[in-house]
Ligand binder design. Structure first.
Ligand SMILES: Cc1ncc(COP(=O)(O)O)c(C=O)c1O
Length: 457
C-alpha cells in the first residue's frame, strides 16, 4: 500500500517556533506611532497588547521556546498530517507530485488556533480578563473564542457584516465557545458609528472591525486586543506548520520545488513557507508563491508603503503592501482574504525576491475547490481554495513542461461552514470582479501624506 499520509508522533512535534526575522536579508523597517510618525516603542503598544507578546513582536531571536501549556493544547490537533494528493494528480494528469499540509484538522477548522492558543496563553499569564478581536469569515474569531474558553478569558468578536450575514454557523460556533459576536460596523463603538454615518449599508471590512476591537481594548485596562494575522508574533506562532512539514517531507523522501499558500494577512502562507524560505535564503532554489484574490490585490497591485492596519487610523503605521486603509474589497466569499494590507514580514520577503505573489479570480477558486473535493475528498474553505487554484495552475504548467515538480501547499482550512458559498457557486450566482485601477488610486490617495518607508514602491 502506498503512503498517502505522513504523520508525526506527538513527541516529534517541534518544541520551538522559528522567527525568520533572524535570517531576513534586509532588516524590517519599524512600525511608526500613529500620532507622532516616530518609530513605536514597546510602551506605545502596551495599551493594546500584553508585554510578553510585544517582546515577541520585536524579537530577532531565531528560535523561541513554545510554552508547555501551549504544547499541551497543540496536541489536540497537532502534529497535523501531510498528505500526498495522488487523486488530484491523477485528475489533472500531471507528472507533478502534490503534497498538502492539512490544517483543517483543528477543532475550529483552520490554522488559526495555532496562534490563538499562544495569544490566549500569553494574555492569561499577563492577567488579561477580556480579549477583543475582529474576524472576517469567522475562522479567526471562532479559533480565538475556543482558545479563550480554554484559559477562562472573556472574548468579544467584531465580525465583518457581510460574513456575519453569509455565515451564521460561524457566529454560533463562537457563541458555543462562550464568545460574544457583533456584526461590524456596529453602533457599539465610536468608530463603528462614524462609519455607519457615512455609509449605513456598509458591508464592513477587516479594517473597520479592527478599529472597533482596538477601540474597546484601549478603553478598558483589563481588556487587550488580539490580531489573527499580519503581525510578526502571529507569523512566529504559525511557523510550527512549516517546521512540521520539513520533517514530513523528509519522511516522504521529497523536497518542494514550489510552495503555495493563500494570503489574507499572510499567516498560513508564512507559517508554511518561512522555515523553507530560510533554506532559500541559504541557497536552495524554491519558488514560493503567496496567492490573493484578484478583487483584493494587496501584493500584486498595492505599493509597499506605511499604512494603518485599520480603517479609523488607530493602529501603528506598518511597512507593508497595501491598498489603503479605506479600501473596501468586493464582498467575495473568501472573507478572510478581504484585507487591505499584508504582513510586513511577507511584504519584505517580496521586496527581497524570496517569495512572489499571484492573484486569482473567485470563479477559478471555486472550480479548483470542487476539483479538489471530487478527487481528494476534503471540502476547502473559500480562502484555502486560492491555494488550491494556484496549485492546479502550477501542476498543469508542470504537465505542459513535462516536469516532475514537487509542489507543497497549505490546505489552511475546511469549508464545512461555508456551504452557502458553494450553493451560490453551483447556482451560478458568483462572479469574478474586475477591479478598476481608478478604485485603487482613489483609496491610495488617503495614504499619500503618510511617512514613506525607505524601500517605498
Ligand atoms: C481557512 C483560511 N485560510 C486562509 C486565511 C487567510 O488568513 P492568513 O493570510 O492570515 O492565513 C483565512 C483567514 O481567515 C482562513 O480562514
Amino acid at each position: 500500500m502506498r503512503a498517502k499520509k505522513y504523520v508525526l508522533k506527538e513527541e516529534d512535534m517541534p518544541r520551538k517556533w522559528y522567527n525568520i526575522m533572524a535570517d531576513m536579508p534586509t532588516p524590517m523597517e519599524p512600525p511608526l506611532h500613529p500620532g507622532t510618525g516616530q518609530p513605536c516603542g514597546p510602551q506605545d503598544l502596551a495599551p493594546i497588547f500584553p508585554m510578553n507578546l510585544i517582546e515577541q513582536e520585536v524579537s530577532t531571536q531565531r528560535w523561541i521556546d513554545i510554552p508547555e501549556e501551549v504544547l499541551d493544547k497543540y496536541t489536540i490537533w497537532r502534529p497535523s498530517p501531510l498528505y500526498r494528493a495522488y487523486e488530484l494528480e491523477k485528475a489533472l494528469g500531471t507528472p507533478a507530485k502534490i503534497y498538502y499540509k492539512n490544517e483543517g484538522v483543528s477543532p475550529a477548522g483552520s490554522h488559526k488556533p495555532n496562534t490563538a492558543i499562544a495569544q490566549a496563553y500569553y494574555n492569561k499569564v499577563a492577567g488579561t480578563k477580556r480579549i477583543t478581536t475582529e474576524t472576517g469569515a469567522g475562522q479567526w474569531g471562532s479559533a480565538l473564542a475556543m482558545c479563550c474558553s480554554f484559559f477562562g478569558i472573556e472574548c468579544k468578536v467584531f465580525m465583518v457584516k457581510i460574513s456575519y450575514n453569509q455565515k451564521p454557523y460561524r457566529r454560533l460556533m463562537m457563541e458555543t465557545w462562550g464568545a460574544k459576536c457583533t456584526a461590524s460596523p456596529s453602533s457599539e463603538t465610536k468608530s463603528g458609528r462614524s462609519i455607519l454615518e457615512k455609509d449605513p449599508d456598509s458591508p464592513g471590512s477587516l479594517g473597520m472591525a479592527i478599529s472597533e476591537a482596538v477601540e474597546v481594548a484601549v478603553g478598558d485596562k483589563d481588556t487587550k486586543y488580539a490580531l489573527g494575522s499580519v503581525l510578526n508574533h502571529v507569523m512566529i506562532h504559525q511557523s510550527i506548520i512549516g517546521l512540521e512539514a520539513i520533517k514530513q517531507m523528509e519522511m516522504a523522501g521529497d523536497y518542494p520545488d514550489v510552495i503555495i499558500g493563500s494570503a489574507g494577512g499572510g499567516s498560513n502562507f508564512a507559517g508554511l513557507a518561512m522555515p523553507f524560505a530560510r533554506d532559500k535564503i541559504n541557497g536552495k532554489n524554491i519558488d514560493i508563491i503567496a496567492v490573493e484574490p484578484a478583487s483584493c490585490p494587496t501584493m500584486t497591485r498595492g505599493p509597499f508603503a506605511y499604512d494603518f492596519g485599520d480603517t479609523v487610523q488607530m493602529t501603528p503605521l506598518l511597512p507593508m503592501h497595501t491598498l489603503g486603509h479605506n479600501f473596501v474589497p468586493a464582498p467575495i466569499h473568501a472573507g478572510g482574504l478581504r484585507y487591505h494590507g499584508m504582513a510586513p514580514i511577507v511584504s519584505q520577503l517580496i521586496l527581497d525576491k524570496i517569495i512572489r505573489a499571484e492573484s486569482v479570480q473567485q470563479l477559478e477558486t471555486f472550480k479548483a475547490g470542487v476539483t479538489f473535493a471530487r478527487s481528494e475528498g476534503f471540502i476547502s474553505a473559500p480562502e484555502c481554495n486560492h491555494a488550491v487554484a494556484m496549485t492546479i495552475r502550477e501542476a498543469l504548467k508542470a504537465k505542459e513542461e513535462g516536469k516532475e515538480k514537487v509542489i507543497l501547499f497549505n490546505w489552511s482550512g475546511h469549508g464545512l461552514v461555508d456551504m452557502g458559498a458553494y450553493e451560490s457557486y453551483f447556482g451560478g450566482k458568483l462572479s469574478d470582479h474586475e477591479l478598476p485601477q481608478a478604485q485603487i488610486d482613489a483609496a491610495l490617495k488617503d495614504i499619500a501624506s503618510l511617512p514613506k518607508p525607505r524601500q517605498a514602491t
